[in-house]
Write a protein that binds this ligand. Structure first.
Ligand code: ADP
Ligand code: MG
Length: 211
């Protein structure tokens, strides 16, 4: 079982978008996939319910109230577990998930304000015993990039200075907004435009499969 936690201290940075996409990609690859929603807003649960009829359905698990209980609802034969972390969750709130995860994906928007706001969260992770031992990998994802802008370029240069790898640079695209609302992902489609955006995910997917 591979467990990926998508987390950050901020809301609206793309945690649900990334968690649902990682879950969809895994399910489309034929792996038994669970999407554990730790956010009481329940966006990931609703997303999973909307694709319940597909062959590449993922099993939604509500983790917003009792984390221990939620873990018991994860089938033993699950091959991928993606956890959509709650907005504003700091390291202490994430403890029950950090214990189980193989990797943490931290989305960051390309703005200095956003990066500053993420610093205490990343410092908290850096002090976690499992991160220190190398049992739990942390990767940064630049999200909603407009690569042609100075702001995006400067933000990515700032992120590159962190001791954590920048494992993907996802561009800003309305496709994410539209598809996630339908219980779908970019990986469910093969049009030329969508495939271009799929390519943004390649390094992240490779990184999550490591180890
Ligand atoms: N790469 C992207 N391009 C365009 N819109 C995005 C992208 N990633 C996220 N969004 C949009 O930004 C908003 C916040 O994303 P969401 O995944 O819900 O963040 P979080 O779960 O961290 O609160 C949503 O409206 C979502 O559709
Ligand atoms: Mg969310």
């Amino acid at each position: 079982m591979k467990t990926i936690l998508v987390a950050g201290s901020k809301g609206g940075v793309g945690k649900t978008t990334i968690a649902t996409h990682l879950a969809a990609e895994s399910a489309l690859a034929g792996r038994r996939t669970v999407l554990l929603d730790a956010d009481p807003q329940g966006s990931s649960i609703r997303w999973a319910e909307r694709r319940a009829d597909l062959e590449s359905a993922v099993l939604p698990v509500d983790g917003s109230r009792r984390p221990k209980h939620a873990w018991k609802s994860v089938p033993e034969d699950a091959q991928t577990v993606v956890i959509d972390g709650a907005a504003g969750a700091m390291r202490e709130d994430l403890e029950p998930w950090l214990e189980h995860a193989d990797a943490v994906v931290v989305p960051v928007l390309p703005s200095a304000l956003d990066i500053d706001a993420t610093v205490p969260f990343l410092n908290g992770l850096a002090g976690h015993p499992r991160v220190r031992k190398g049992d739990l990998r942390v990767g940064l994802v630049g999200n909603r990039l407009r690569p042609w802008t100075n702001a995006s370029q400067q933000a990515m240069a700032l992120l590159a200075q962190w001791p954590y790898p920048l494992v993907a640079q996802l561009r800003d695209s309305q496709a994410y907004v539209v598809l996630v609302a339908l219980g779908r992902s970019l990986f469910d489609y093969q049009s030329r435009q969508v495939r271009e955006h799929q390519a943004d995910w390649a390094p992240l997917l490779k990184w999550t499969r490591r180890g």
